[in-house]
Ligand binder design. Structure first.
Ligand SMILES: NC(=O)c1ccc[n+]([C@@H]2O[C@H](COP(=O)([O-])OP(=O)(O)OC[C@H]3O[C@@H](n4cnc5c(N)ncnc54)[C@H](OP(=O)(O)O)[C@@H]3O)[C@@H](O)[C@H]2O)c1
Length: 93
C-alpha cells in the first residue's frame, strides 16, 4: 500500500482528514508548516516546516518521499478568499 499525503494537516479540515484516513487504515503522512499537539497526538508520520508559498518547498517535500509510493496527495493547505456566498457565481450561463 502506498502513502496518502495530506498538506495543511495540523488543523482544520486537514487535521480531520488525517484523523479519518488513519482510522481507515491508510498509511497517512501529514505535511504542515507548523506542527500541532493534536496532530502529534495521532501518532502518524509528520513532516513539518514547509511553507508551500516558498520556492523550493515542493521539491524538498518530494525528496522526503524518494523511494516511496504516494497513492494519493490531498493538497488541502491554503486560505479561502471567498468574501461571502454572494460573491459566488452559480449561473452556468
Ligand atoms: N472551511 C471552509 O469552509 C472552506 C471553504 C472553501 C475552501 N476551503 C479550503 O480548504 C482548505 C482547508 O480549510 P480549513 O477551513 O481547514 O482552513 P484552516 O483551518 O485555515 O487551515 C488552513 C491550513 O492551511 C495551512 N496553510 C495555509 N497557508 C499555508 C502555506 N503558505 N504553507 C503551508 N501551509 C499553509 C495552515 O497551516 P498553518 O497552521 O501553519 O497556518 C492550515 O494547516 C483550505 O485550502 C481552504 O482554502 C475551506
Amino acid at each position: 500500500m502506498g502513502l496518502t499525503v495530506v498538506t495543511g494537516a495540523n488543523r482544520g479540515i486537514g487535521l480531520e482528514l488525517v484523523r479519518q484516513l488513519k482510522d481507515r487504515g491508510a498509511a497517512v503522512v501529514a505535511v504542515c508548516r507548523n506542527r500541532s499537539g493534536t496532530l502529534d497526538g495521532l501518532g502518524i508520520r509528520v513532516e513539518s516546516g514547509f511553507d508551500l508559498t516558498v520556492p523550493g518547498s515542493w521539491p524538498a517535500i518530494g525528496r522526503l518521499f524518494e523511494g516511496e509510493n504516494i497513492d494519493l496527495l490531498i493538497q488541502n493547505a491554503g486560505i479561502a478568499s471567498i468574501d461571502s456566498k454572494d460573491s459566488l457565481e452559480v449561473d452556468a450561463g
